[in-house]
Structure formats: structure tokens, C-alpha cells
Design a protein around this ligand. Structure first.
Ligand SMILES: [Zn+2]
Length: 208
């Protein structure tokens, strides 16, 4: 079923007001702060995470973003001890979404980063984590959930144009590698175009 343009616009208006995705499970992280005054929301950053790496399911990612990860539960977890990070939304392997930080707030996902010469991407971006690794193919359910989320976000914040969808590795080169070669940017953009056309929007960035 395609969504009507007005329905999408209503959902986007609600999102812009509340910062909360009704379709996501709310799992609040303490790791966020206010966006600096005057910084709009104009970038979407795609990441990956799995804890331990390459293992899916389980509570470790949520515990990590909520500062509850037990360092003794797995040798890898010790390397994360004391880190305070978050993202806005995690997309699980089955496409289910978990939201940690309001999209209106500044989540701590990008770290030291630059996009088009503009530093501190956390100030003006939305960070979405895909449960996965750099090498293993992401699931169809994840592409569909990401495309659905992205198309709604692009209507809510039209400054996020299709040129301003990026990967963590692109804004922190040499330091970060996610979402990795496994992430199919062409397919992601195809999924977005299909949704944009079905929703009655042009595929050039969510502008009618
Ligand atoms: Zn990342």
C-alpha cells in the first residue's frame, strides 16, 4: 500500500515536533545533549554496530548505548568500558527499530567528523545504526526500514537532501569504516526513489 502524500506530511510534521518515531521502541539513552543554537538538522549518517562483533540479537547494543554493558560478559566488552555513546535509531536485522535519543537532540554517534568542510557532525546530523558488520550483507528488512525512516526524515527536515545521506566512514575517514563495503548505497537509493515516487514526491530530496 502506498502512503498518501498528506499522510506522510502529517507524520513528518509530528516527527519534527516530537523528535520521536512512533514505529520505534523507545529505549532512552543518557548519552545526548542539546544541539547548538542555530544548527539545523541537515545530515543523515549511516553506521553499523553488533555486539559482540558479528553476533546479532541480544541486549548488548541497548545496554551499551544506555551505559549498562557489563564489561565481564564478553572479552570484547572490556574494550568499550567507560565509553559514553549513542545513536538516534538502531535498525535490527529483522527491521525493527529502537530509538535511543530524540531526533531533536544531539546524539553522540559520529565523534570527530567533518562533512563538506563542516566539523562536528553530531551537531547537525541524525545517526542511524544498522545491526551488522562491514562485511556481512545487510538484510532486506533493514534496507526497507532504513528507506522508510529516511524518506520520513527527509520530509521532516528537507535540508537532508539525497546528497546529504552519508556513511560514518565518509565523515571520519581513517578512523571509522562503517557501514562498510557490505552496505549497498545504490540499492538504498533505489529503495528511496521507489518510496518517493509512491508517496508522490520527486526523488530529488523529498521536496514536492
Ligand atoms: Zn559508526
Amino acid at each position: 500500500m502506498s502512503e498518501t502524500k498528506s499522510c506522510l506530511a502529517d507524520r513528518a510534521a509530528h516527527l519534527r515536533q516530537t523528535g520521536r518515531l512512533p514505529s520505534a521502541r523507545w529505549c532512552p539513552s543518557p548519552n545526548f545533549g542539546p544541539r547548538p543554537a542555530g544548527s539545523g538538522i541537515s545530515l543523515l549518517v549511516v553506521h553499523n554496530i553488533s555486539l559482540p562483533p558479528g553476533q546479532y540479537g541480544g541486549p548488548a547494543i541497548e545496554n551499551f548505548f544506555c551505559n549498562r554493558l557489563n564489561p565481564d560478559a564478553h572479552p570484547y566488552f572490556k574494550t568499550l568500558s567507560g565509553m559514553q555513546v549513542s545513536c538516534h535509531v538502531l535498525i535490527r536485522r529483522d527491521g525493527h527499530c529502537v530509538q535511543f535519543v530524540s531526533l531533536l537532540e544531539r546524539a553522540w554517534h559520529a565523534g570527530r567528523s567533518v562533512f563538506n568542510g563542516c566539523p562536528e557532525c553530531n551537531d547537525y546530523s541524525i545517526g542511524i545504526e544498522l545491526e551488522g558488520t562491514d562485511q556481512a550483507p545487510y538484510t532486506e528488512a533493514q534496507y526497507q526500514a532504513l528507506a522508510s525512516l529516511t524518506s520520513l526524515i527527509m520530509v521532516a527536515w528537507p535540508a537532508i537532501t539525497s546528497e546529504r545521506l552519508t556513511g560514518h566512514s565518509d565523515i571520519a575517514p581513517g578512523r571509522k569504516t562503517d557501514p562498510g563495503p557490505a552496505f549497498d548505497w545504490t540499492y538504498y537509493r533505489q529503495c528511496l526513489s521507489v518510496r518517493a515516487l509512491a508517496n508522490g514526491f520527486s526523488d530529488s530530496g523529498g521536496v514536492p
